[in-house]
Design a protein around this ligand. Structure first.
Ligand code: BDP
Length: 681
């Protein structure tokens, strides 16, 4: 929290600085940057060759990957000649960059590593990080840094808010959109080296021969950029596609079917990465349908992939409407299987125990499982953080996770992509920063949110400090602002039925699963609010290591950001600030709203530094965010007030909506602008 206060101070200082610069910026001779549509992302524009470019040398056969590295450097490097050199430098795709006597050397044992080195050099140049002499050594923390696309064969994207799927399945494999290569380039520039092309709610059709030909076409485009393709598979494929009457993982015919399918895939795509599986979760088929365990299901697929070097990423996102607290279920199901998975299986776990909420404590599986390779799944697409309408820079959320779960507990990192056919790729110009930050953190989880925002802003907009300083402060506060105006103090899942955009804490749907309703999570009553997960309640705290269990179990030591996650707390409870819980809740919602107002002011103050189009587009998104923040605050406070019976304290902005009106008109994305895609369950 200390950090946050600091950020706020810097924000104020920078706001003041920007206001000063505004004057200079609006001088008659000030030239507004050329209009951009956001399609460039953070990368340099590719310019026609101009003749006297910098000399880039590579002693060896120039493969497609090396050719890209050379072209990127020739296009944008403005320093001494560069020598690319294949040489053992640490592990995998790590690289070193040194400089001496009018020459820069990039060294790596792999070609992809040389490409990463080239992008790194260009990034340092653009972000003002070049030092003389250069002496940089980098190793990726994880060998697998992968995007998960939740794209469907019909072109829609589940929880996608940036247009339709980038993969044009109808045109593939014959027509290759130039965007495929642009996508690969962007990923490689931040070290992402894998992509799962399709939705975890997988259509069996993805494994037909016709579909695999399309996958192969994409794999061929991505390969020179060091990116492997993976597929989500439907566990019932042997039945749905192979016409077998079972998908039992111990059945000989089923095993044979998968072996044959894997063989077919590798004949087409020799470097195919493997499978991602959502099994026995939210209605998807899985081994438990046949009385088998998750380990038995995963191992059967792992055995089929093993001869080719493929892997299985098996998701631990499981919960069912039982009496057991949803937050405990993944642990209860997977802990007994610890140590039973094959070596080429990685269990993929969402960062929190519920579901990509604006704030959750980490999933206790990460510290409990000792003998199973694990990977974290983050959600880059903002299903629960205002879609692509809200500015929410997610690096602080992921940084918080890595502060709780030591990066070395993990083998890999996955991010659910926020990319679609929108001109600016992500729907919101600032949502690009989340794609960028995911790649950077998967490469080095110890990078700070501050540094990543700094780099991204300088490459994407301008390096003028009167712009970077206030806008970075805005980015760094933005996730906390979303938490505040949506669900502060550990509240979670107060979303409207189905779309997960607006608030609906009162939601009740006759016959609905209780764990799909907000009241399951807020538990508000006349006494107080919050989910008692202490030893006196669901005892979810018992799944954490003792050191944390003791802290979380006690209201007085539990961090207030998680208070209502772990405790049912009386309305009159005295918080650290001296306010009652009710007063603190009002205060937090209000702070969130005020922060967004502050973002609007910051953005308006930097207008001279941004091209007109991007300025306007971000400005209108901020207006939407502002309206939504007020809606969230009014909805939650007015509804919870029906339980607390306490007045909204003085100094808090008064509600501008009536509770009954809000119950009639839900806050939906379609109230503004309906994206072409988007999937509502
Ligand atoms: C939830 C989404 C749902 C996904 C599911 C998953 O609402 O669309 O299918 O996660 O991760 O957050 O499988």
């Amino acid at each position: 929290m200390k950090n946050m206060r600091l950020t706020v101070c810097i924000g104020i200082m920078c706001g003041w600085l920007a206001a000063g610069m505004l004057h200079a910026g609006t001088r008659p001779d000030h030239v507004r940057p050329v209009e951009e549509d956001g399609s460039r992302l953070w990368l340099p524009v590719i310019r026609p060759v101009e003749g006297a470019e910098v000399e880039i040398t590579y002693k060896g056969k120039v493969s497609p990957t090396i050719a890209i590295a050379i072209a990127e450097l020739k296009n944008a490097w403005k320093g001494d000649p560069v020598l690319l050199e294949k040489k053992k430098t640490g592990r995998g795709d790590g690289f070193a960059i040194t400089s001496s006597e009018h020459q820069v050397r990039i060294l790596s044992s792999t070609e992809t590593g040389l490409l990463y080195g080239a992008y790194s050099l260009l990034r340092m140049q653009a972000a003002g990080q070049l030092t003389v002499p250069l002496s940089v050594t980098e190793q990726p923390a994880y060998d697998l840094r992968i995007l998960n696309h939740w794209d469907n064969p019909d072109g829609t994207v589940e929880r996608g808010y940036a247009g339709r799927s980038l993969w044009n399945w109808e045109e593939l494999p014959g027509t290759l959109s130039p965007r495929y290569e642009a996508y690969a380039r962007a990923n490689a520039s931040v070290g992402i080296n894998g992509t799962v092309l399709n939705n975890v709610n997988a259509s069996p059709q993805v494994l037909t021969t016709g579909s695999l030909e399309k996958v192969k076409a994409l794999a061929d485009v991505f390969r020179p950029y060091g990116i492997k393709v993976y597929l989500s598979v439907n566990f019932a494929s042997p039945i749905r596609l192979g016409k077998l009457d079972t998908a039992d993982p111990l059945d000989k015919e089923v095993i044979g079917w998968w072996k044959q399918k894997v063989k077919e895939i590798y004949a087409m795509i020799p470097d195919f990465g493997g499978f991602l599986v959502k099994a026995n979760s939210e209605g998807q088929p899985g081994p438990c349908d046949f009385g088998r365990t998750h380990a038995e299901g995963a191992n059967m697929l792992a055995d089929a992939l093993k001869p080719y070097g493929g892997i299985v990423m098996w998701r631990a996102f499981v919960y069912s409407p039982t009496d057991s607290d949803r937050a405990k279920q993944a642990y209860l199901e997977f802990m007994p299987l610890d140590g039973q998975f094959r070596e080429n299986v990685i269990v993929q776990i969402k960062n929190g125990p519920i579901d990509f909420q604006p704030r959750e404590p980490y999933s206790p599986l990460f510290t409990a499982m000792k003998q199973t390779p694990m990977m974290v799944e983050f959600q880059i697409t903002q299903e629960y953080l205002g879609f692509s309408n809200h500015l929410a820079y997610l690096a602080p959320l992921w940084e918080e996770f890595f502060g709780e779960v030591r990066p070395d507990r993990l083998k890999a990192a996955a991010g659910v992509a926020n990319i679609g056919t929108d001109v600016n790729w992500c729907g919101h110009h600032f949502a690009q920063a989340n794609w960028y930050a995911f790649g950077r953190l998967a490469w080095n989880p110890l990078l700070t949110s501050d540094r990543i925002a700094d780099e991204w802003l300088q490459q994407t907009f301008t390096s003028q400090s009167a712009f970077v300083c206030p806008v970075k402060a805005m980015m760094l506060q933005s996730r906390e602002a979303v938490v505040d105006y949506m669900m502060p103090l550990g509240l979670h899942h107060q979303f409207a039925w189905g779309h997960h955009y607006g608030p609906e804490p009162w939601c009740s749907v006759p016959g609905a699963r209780p764990d799909w309703l907000p009241s399951y999570y807020h538990r508000a009553d006349k006494e107080g609010i919050g989910f008692d997960r202490s030893s006196k309640g669901s005892n979810a705290v018992s799944q954490y290591p003792d050191s944390l269990r003791l802290i979380y179990n006690d209201k007085t030591t539990c961090p207030e950001v998680y208070l209502l996650w772990f405790h049912h707390v009386p309305w009159q409870y005295r918080m650290k600030s001296g306010r009652t819980l009710w007063g603190e809740l009002c205060h937090a919602y209000d702070r969130g709203v005020r922060q967004v107002r502050g973002f609007q002011e910051i953005w308006d103050s930097v207008e001279p530094f941004v091209d007109a189009r991007r300025f306007r587009e971000v400005q209108s998104k901020l207006k939407i965010q502002m309206r939504d923040a007020v809606w969230w605050k009014d909805a939650c406070l007015l509804y919870f007030q029906t339980f607390s019976g306490m007045p909204i304290p003085a100094g808090i902005e008064r509600p501008v909506h009536e509770l009954e009106d809000m119950k009639r008109f839900r806050l939906e994305i379609s109230n503004y602008e309906c994206p072409e895609s988007g999937f509502n369950k």
